[in-house]
Ligand binder design. Structure first.
Ligand SMILES: Nc1nc2c(ncn2[C@@H]2O[C@H](COP(=O)(O)OP(=O)(O)OP(=O)(O)O)[C@@H](O)[C@H]2O)c(=O)[nH]1
Ligand SMILES: [Mg+2]
Length: 424
């Protein structure tokens, strides 16, 4: 299966719908967008700004700005214009007609980067699904403009409209087929995961904003260079899992996956669910945060929002502030999430502390089901047990009390005198 880029090497003008002024955050937002363009292999030709005060439903921007854009496209000899704002199918159609040039939005730009990076079968299928889903709103755009060409004949079906409906059905069928194939892959991955669960090796997922250093960290933890690292967004698409020794004989599996970005479109989220399921089944999350980025807060919020959206809020999560080596010192005081660790994945500093924290969190997480028997003269100890473990059933007899409880692995030794049976 070959997935081609539709925009690579195109001479491109960037259209930004806010103004950077002098604010570092706003400047960094523009930089992030330009980085996406660089990741897609676009040739940068120039940039045009407009603070969007009012959105024109048909074209997003007003007629005056369209003329200015047209002129700038000519001056810079651009072949493509990319908007940082999401565009509806209708808006794309109308803008392309006015400007006589290919128009894409931020979602399509990200999708094209994914298309260029996808290496595995699953990755390619995911890209194909997102692209297919993306075609639907564009088709609605085509349908609307065919209606207006026919004089807005609502209720009557022109020949163009019928053809588009057929196309649309075909697109929906294609999406269904890809979803089925992805479902198959998902089932195989699930069975692998079930096996790992049986072996009781905790799985730790590296999640975080794109370019925050997830793959660099996996490489440092495993002393390898197996995973590709680059100063570009969306280097990683497919999940990689490696064994990492934490302490003594304790081992965890660490999974590196696709990074997140602000305003990820629902189509992109859906297409990458299969990849993200690796993280969904993880026992613990490591949220990797780029401490050196001026957008740190925005990036953290974007990731936290997705954590909620995926229903992972209940998972234990360690906040790993990365790139300590290049972050301004005072940034450390802007961090207030717990548990937290400061590292430099690149220099390998702070990794021992990180491993220790992973170990601590994972032993707190691991609980065992046990039965404890307290003879009459020691029944008062149940109060102290109640504070440290979860007692879910008690059976009293004239000689003593049998407690059914869940407790952390670290507490087993402390209570060993009273444990009569382990049930897990
Ligand atoms: N200075 C410094 N740079 C780092 C550190 N960790 C990662 N980087 C750099 O940050 C860039 C991105 O690193 P990656 O490991 O590819 O980031 P990622 O989170 O896997 O990114 P995606 O896979 O694209 O989502 C690379 O240029 C790394 O060399 C660090 O601790 N210090
Ligand atoms: Mg990566």
């Amino acid at each position: 299966m070959e997935i081609k880029s539709l925009i690579r090497n195109k001479k491109t003008l960037f259209f930004i719908t806010h103004h950077p002024f002098a604010k570092p955050e706003a400047i960094a937002q523009v930089e992030e967008f330009k980085e996406l363009g660089r990741a897609a292999g676009l040739q940068y030709r120039g940039i045009l700004y407009q603070v969007l005060k009012k959105i024109q439903p048909a074209t997003l921007i007003g007629i005056g700005k369209i003329q200015e854009l047209k002129q700038k496209l000519q001056d810079t000899q651009s072949e493509l214009v990319v908007f940082d704002h999401s565009l509806s199918g209708v808006q794309i159609r109308n803008l392309e007609k006015e400007l006589n040039i290919t128009v894409i939005d931020r979602n399509q730009l990200i999708l094209d980067i994914f298309a260029q990076r996808a290496k595995t079968y699953a990755g390619k299928l995911q890209v194909e699904l997102a692209r297919t889903l993306d075609e639907l709103p564009r088709m609605v755009g085509a349908w609307m403009s065919s209606l207006s060409r026919q004089g807005g004949g609502i209720g009557t079906k022109g020949p163009g409209e019928k053809a588009i409906e057929t196309d649309r059905r075909q697109v929906q069928m294609r999406a269904r087929k890809i979803r089925q194939k992805l479902e198959k892959i998902r089932r195989v991955r699930n069975s692998h995961r079930a096996l790992r669960k049986k072996n009781k090796v905790p799985v730790v997922a590296l999640i975080g904003y794109t370019n925050s250093g997830k793959s660099t960290l996996l490489n440092s933890l495993t002393n390898s260079t197996a995973v590709d690292v680059q100063h570009l967004p969306f280097m990683t698409l497919d999940p990689t899992t490696r064994k990492v020794h934490i302490r003594h004989s304790q081992t965890v599996l660490v999974t590196d996956t696709v990074g997140f970005i602000q305003n990820l479109s629902p189509h992109l989220i859906e297409a990458f669910k299969a990849t993200l399921e690796e993280s969904a089944s993880a026992d613990m999350l490591l949220h990797i945060i780029d401490l050196s980025s001026p957008l740190m807060k925005i990036q953290m919020d974007a990731v936290n929002k997705l954590i909620q959206e995926f229903g992972w809020s209940e998972k234990p999560c360690i906040h790993v502030y990365n790139k300590m080596d290049i972050a301004p010192k005072e940034k450390v005081f802007q961090t207030n999430s717990y548990p937290k660790v400061f590292i430099s994945a690149l220099k390998g500093t702070g990794l021992d502390k990180l491993k220790k924290t992973i170990g601590d969190v994972s032993s707190k997480m691991q609980t065992e089901e046990v039965q404890l028997y307290f003879p009459k003269n020691e029944e008062d100890k149940i109060y102290s047990l109640d504070r440290k473990a979860f007692i879910y059933k008690k059976e009293a007899s004239s000689l003593g009390v049998l407690c059914y409880a869940r407790m952390g692995v670290s507490q087993l030794r402390e209570w060993s005198d009273f444990i009569v049976k382990k049930t897990t």
